[in-house]
Design a binder for this molecule. Structure first.
Ligand SMILES: Nc1nc2c(c(=O)[nH]1)N[C@H]1C(S)=C(S)[C@@H](COP(=O)(O)O)O[C@H]1N2
Ligand SMILES: [Mo]
Length: 162
């Protein structure tokens, strides 16, 4: 029992001093304006809906914010500037369980690839479950929902234009 006490103390201390990132979405990397978004922040942004066909064939309605809207706020220059070396840039999406996927900035640009990705926080009108959220991606046009990342906690931009 005696050895257990310091362990418990340290665990309590660590919990108090760890940065409070639970439930937040960090947008960072090679961008002008890194940001951190909560579900409350997403609620104040322009809202979009999207349907996801799950592996069992059922279609679920999700609601959230367009990924391009979030990346624009972080300083990604979609539009005229998405040419030349900018087209080598990509977005690494990371989830709480370690799952990672990549989107190229060119495929996300509405004037180039135009792939619609929603950063969703509601499913059938309700907040997402702990296994899904609080925030997930919905990529309706993918043939399998493999890049519809659940439990997203980081959007990391890599620009190769340097
Ligand atoms: N965080 C996270 N998201 C993920 C995955 C994962 O392992 N972790 N798997 C992906 C894959 S390969 C598929 S097919 C779908 C499966 O969604 P489901 O687990 O809700 O059926 O989630 C995607 N999103
Ligand atoms: Mo999958």
């Amino acid at each position: 029992m005696r050895t257990l006490i310091p362990v418990l103390c340290c665990a309590t201390l660590a919990a108090q001093t760890a940065p409070d990132t639970a439930g937040k979405l960090t947008v960072d990397g090679d961008i002008a304006a890194p940001l951190t978004l909560t579900v409350a922040d997403l609620a104040k942004m322009p809202r979009e809906t999207a349907t996801l066909s799950e592996m069992d064939g059922s279609k679920i309605a999700y609601e959230g914010v367009a990924l391009t809207e979030i990346l624009r706020r972080a300083g990604i220059p979609f539009g005229k500037e998405m040419r030349g070396k900018a087209l080598a840039g990509y977005l690494l999406v990371e989830a709480r369980d370690g799952y990672q996927v990549v989107f190229s900035l060119g495929e996300l640009d509405p004037g180039v690839g135009g792939t619609t990705v929603i950063v969703a926080d509601r499913r059938d009108g309700k907040p997402l479950s702990a296994q899904q959220g609080p925030i997930r991606l919905v990529v309706s046009s993918d043939k399998r929902p493999a890049r519809s990342v659940r439990m997203v906690d980081r959007l990391h931009v890599v620009e190769l234009r340097k």
